[in-house]
Design a protein around this ligand. Structure first.
Ligand SMILES: [Zn+2]
Length: 120
C-alpha cells in the first residue's frame, strides 16, 4: 500500500488516483494527476508528505511547477498510466456487486430446481 496526499484538502489516501474520502476530489486533468503523483511516497519522503499535508490544510501549499512539469511530461508519454489513474477506484464495490450477482444466480438456480422438482 502506498501513501498519497489529497492535493485539495491534504487528507491521506492510498494512491494518487484514489478518490479522496474527505473532500471527494479525484484528479482528472493531467496537471492534477501529476500534482497527485508528486504528493505520493513515490516522489516524497513520508516526512515531506506530512509537511505538505499540513500546509495544504492550512491553505499555504503551493506546487513547484518546475517539479510538476517533468511528471506531466512523463504522464503524457504514458497514456495507459493516465487511464489507470483516472479509472482507479476502490475495488470493494465491484467485488460486492460480483458477490451479490453470484448469490442471485445461485438463488435463481435453486428456485428453478425446486420448481422443476415440485411440478412432478
Ligand atoms: Zn481531499
Amino acid at each position: 500500500m502506498s501513501l498519497a496526499i489529497c492535493i485539495k484538502c491534504g487528507a491521506r489516501k492510498t494512491s494518487a488516483g484514489a478518490l479522496c474520502d474527505v473532500c471527494g476530489f479525484r484528479g482528472v486533468d493531467i496537471e492534477d494527476l501529476a500534482r497527485s503523483m508528486f504528493l505520493t511516497d513515490h516522489y516524497q519522503q513520508p516526512r515531506e508528505l506530512k509537511a505538505a499535508s499540513r500546509q495544504i490544510q492550512a491553505g499555504k501549499f503551493t506546487f513547484d511547477d518546475q517539479k510538476i512539469a517533468p511528471i506531466v511530461k512523463e504522464l503524457q508519454q504514458e497514456p495507459a498510466l493516465v487511464e489507470r489513474l483516472r479509472r482507479s477506484r476502490p475495488f470493494t464495490l465491484p467485488l460486492l456487486i460480483r458477490v451479490l450477482l453470484i448469490a442471485l444466480l445461485i438463488t435463481w438456480l435453486i428456485l428453478k430446481l425446486w420448481r422443476a422438482l415440485s411440478e412432478r
